[in-house]
Design a protein around this ligand. Structure first.
Ligand code: BTN
Length: 135
């Protein structure tokens, strides 16, 4: 084998091992978004029910630094999950739902947050996007 062939084979093995190590939407995985928040997936059952925890670390939001239960669904590369921002210590009177998909090693989502607005004295919606990568 000449040197060029050896380098090519080495490159192929490197690409293959990188791809085979890519983390998909699986139980036991943790994902971090652009805001520093963490989604941990504990389980996905045979029907696609997802259970896990979410730690919010996004600037400008409440209910920071505590793991909140996550429930959701996984359908192939599609995912939807929700958090009710209420714990024994803090009640932010809000709920967020994310929907999105897994592509090229990351989870791309849009979310809706419904919260109780003190000025309006009623519920309002806030919308945005989060991109998650493996921790
Ligand atoms: C609240 O402030 O009412 C509760 C916390 C909301 C955090 C939001 S959910 C969407 C966005 N992505 C995050 O990781 N955190 C914020």
């Amino acid at each position: 084998m000449n040197a060029v062939a050896a380098v090519l084979i080495g490159l192929c093995i490197a690409v293959w091992s990188t791809e085979s190590a890519a983390q998909g939407i699986e139980p036991g995985t943790t994902w971090v978004n652009d805001r520093g928040s963490e989604l941990h997936i504990d389980s996905i059952d045979k029907d696609g029910h997802l259970a896990g925890t979410y730690i919010n670390r996004a600037a400008g939001f409440q209910c920071q630094g505590t793991p909140y239960p996550v429930i959701g669904w996984v359908e192939g590369d599609e995912i939807g999950f929700s958090v009710r921002w209420k714990s024994a210590d803090q009640d932010c009177q809000s709920i967020t739902s994310w929907t999105g998909y897994y592509e090229a090693g990351r989870i791309v989502t849009d979310w809706d947050l419904v919260y109780l607005d003190s000025v309006e004295n009623g519920p309002l919606m806030y919308r945005g996007s989060d991109h998650f990568v493996p921790q």
